[in-house]
Design a protein around this ligand. Structure first.
Ligand SMILES: Nc1ncnc2c1ncn2[C@@H]1O[C@H](COP(=O)(O)OP(=O)(O)OP(=O)(O)O)[C@@H](O)[C@H]1O
Length: 356
């Protein structure tokens, strides 16, 4: 057997031990992640956690203090050496679209194609407008287009110079919720069809999950977890990720064994073993979809809040002052405030953290 059987990972983008910021300090510290060819990654986190700062470093607008950024195995940022943005083959799409108002849609898309001759440019612009389904609006001006259409023009313009990577900085945040959802799926399909990798910055978890293959959850300038959306939801690495991703809250409990916890909601058994001693005090994550209605259950918490959402209703239940949790039921299960409702926990993915 030879070492050649162990292949190095074929990363498109590698961010190693990155720290960067403004002035002397670093607002982003020790960030590590890597993106495969053709994958869409996401930087997700609350306002001020450093998402845009990382994006600026990737784009080459911000020098880095420690670490290295590599694109296709070539170093593009090192402390004291920053490859200029225009030499990185990285495209950008901004929140405000940043289209040129005096240029037509076709001229906007072709703006970065300075080296191509007229015919090649025309052909490329036509192809890209087809990809983003705007071929009929080539001669219109940006102000004649809706927000969603303008954002698709911005994407086509960023794709035109055939970048290696596209950076999307909160690209849908000016759009209403419905359009956001549709456009994020459209953009994913376009990028996947063309095989272009991207990094999306957002604070919207649904958008991150709908569009991205890998997601970094950030807090205070550091990555808490870099993982596929399913694992972020079902296997959160810590309390912050558990609380930030998805709905739900913690209830107090006591470990009975590695995969079993006793709480006011009864004994909860999961499919994951923890290295706890019996008797360890823990907090258990209860998601609204972990609770089911069961007419035969002896557990009958009180409804303390109720939010009707059309096909479903989100209830907040209270067992005691220490133990409250939420449950999502189809809206034909209609309970009133103060009513005691028989429910049961049905959680395969037992997520709990030792109480500190
Ligand atoms: N130009 C700047 N000069 C100094 N500090 C800055 C500058 N830009 C951002 N910061 C600070 O760096 C930190 C991270 O900001 P950043 O814009 O990266 O956060 P973000 O996660 O993108 O937030 P948001 O979701 O609100 O855009 C914040 O504390 C912010 O105040």
């Amino acid at each position: 057997m030879t070492d050649s059987l162990v292949q190095p990972a074929d990363w498109l983008l590698e961010v190693n031990n990155l720290s960067c910021g403004y002035g002397d300090g670093s607002v982003v510290r020790n960030v590590n992640f890597a993106l495969s060819h053709g994958d869409i990654g996401c930087l997700l986190g609350p306002s001020g956690c450093g998402k845009s700062t990382i994006l600026r470093a990737l784009a080459g607008f911000l020098p880095i203090n420690t670490g290295e950024i590599c694109l296709q195995s070539s170093s593009i940022s090192l402390p004291g050496r920053t490859l200029a943005p225009e030499k990185r083959r990285i495209g950008m799409v901004f929140q405000d679209y940043a289209l040129f108002p005096h240029l037509t849609i076709a001229e906007n898309v072709g703006f970065g194609l300075r080296r191509e001759d007229r015919e090649a440019k025309h052909q490329k612009v036509t192809e890209l407008l087809k990809v983003v389904h705007l071929q009929d609006l080539a001669d219109n001006y940006p102000h004649e287009l809706s927000g969603g259409q303008q954002q698709r023009v911005a994407l086509a313009r960023a794709l035109a110079p055939e970048p290696t990577l596209i950076l999307l900085d909160e690209p849908f945040s000016n759009l209403d919720a419905d359009l956001r959802r549709r456009l994020s799926l459209d953009v994913r399909e376009i990028l996947k069809t063309l095989g272009i990798s991207a990094i999306l910055v957002t604070h919207d978890q649904q958008e991150a999950f709908a569009m991205c293959d890998q997601v970094a959850v950030l807090k205070d300038g550091g990555i808490q977890q870099w993982d596929v959306p399913y694992n972020l939801y079902h296997e959160p690495a810590n309390r912050f990720v558990a609380g930030f991703v998805g709905q739900g809250g913690f209830v107090p409990g006591k470990a009975l064994g590695p995969d079993t916890i006793e709480s006011e909601l009864g004994v909860i058994r999961g499919n994951r073993a923890y290295p706890w001693q019996p008797g360890t005090l823990v907090d258990v994550l209860i998601r609204p979809d972990d609770i089911v209605y069961d007419a035969s259950s002896e557990l009958k918490p009180k409804v303390v809040e109720k939010t009707f959402a059309g096909t479903s209703t989100l209830y907040r239940f209270r067992c005691s002052e220490d133990t409250e949790f939420e449950a999502l039921f189809r809206s034909h299960l209609d309970f009133h405030l103060g009513e005691h409702v028989p429910v049961r926990v049905e959680a395969d993915h037992l997520i709990a953290f030792e109480r500190t």
